[in-house]
Design a protein around this ligand. Structure first.
Ligand SMILES: [Zn+2]
Length: 223
């Protein structure tokens, strides 16, 4: 059921099931308690679900859906016997209260700032190349993307070295292409090739030596 709840209407937080209890007896009725277990103790509190002592006034169990971030909540629904039914009722109310904020330029900018990185240059260039019309509207977005690429390229170089990562990824791809299937006793194995390493590389660091050895392997003839 959780996955069917819309994010919080107010802050975008996650809807969460909350439980509590309240005294069954109304003011004036026998059994009502003005003490710390009574209604004067305030409205039901989320998480107040522990069984009360036998001498305390009788309570009924309550359920609601609330936002874990900002606390916005549905009304409390009494749980008779079926907790799921009560939560379903809450969920219906929760999902009805939907007045989603409109997308703004700021949202789009945030998305671009968060999601586009230096390695997306090809994607952005491809988008530009494929765009055929509506330059008036899309131009500023392309400008935003281009600016983000420049920014990312500058800040990424310092804090997150992309190039070594890409080189390693390329080496792994090459190894993948050189893998052969070997069938032994009915089982299939992936066999990586033996990779020669020249003797004059023996002074190098372990990783560098392996990297050079892999780079020296021929590409597989894929045709
Ligand atoms: Zn919220």
């Amino acid at each position: 059921m959780y996955e069917q709840l819309y994010p919080c209407d107010h802050c975008g937080g996650r809807g969460t099931a909350g439980f509590s209890q309240r005294v069954v007896a109304e003011i004036g009725q026998a059994g009502f308690d003005y003490g710390r277990f009574g209604r004067h103790a305030g409205p039901p509190k989320i998480g107040d679900a522990l069984t009360r002592p036998a001498y305390a006034p009788k309570t009924e169990k309550l359920a609601c859906i609330y936002c874990a971030d900002c606390g916005m909540t549905t009304p409390w629904i009494a749980v008779d016997n079926d907790e799921h039914a009560a939560l379903d009722q809450c969920a219906k109310i929760w999902n009805q209260r939907l007045d989603r904020p409109k997308v703004t330029d700021g949202d789009l900018r945030d998305l671009i700032e968060k999601e586009v990185g230096a390695c997306d240059a090809q994607m952005v260039i491809n988008l530009l190349a494929r765009n055929e019309g509506d330059w008036e509207a899309r131009g500023p977005i392309f400008a935003m993307l281009a600016q983000r690429l420049v920014d990312a390229a500058i800040s990424t170089n310092d804090c997150w070295p992309i190039q070594p990562l890409l080189n390693d990824a390329a080496r792994y791809r090459k190894l993948m292409q050189l893998v052969k299937w070997v069938d032994i006793d009915g089982e299939r194995y992936a066999q990586f090739p033996k990779i020669p390493t020249p003797g004059d590389h023996s002074d190098l660091v372990f990783e560098d030596r392996i990297a050079l050895a892999v780079d020296g392997m021929p590409d597989r003839d894929r045709w």
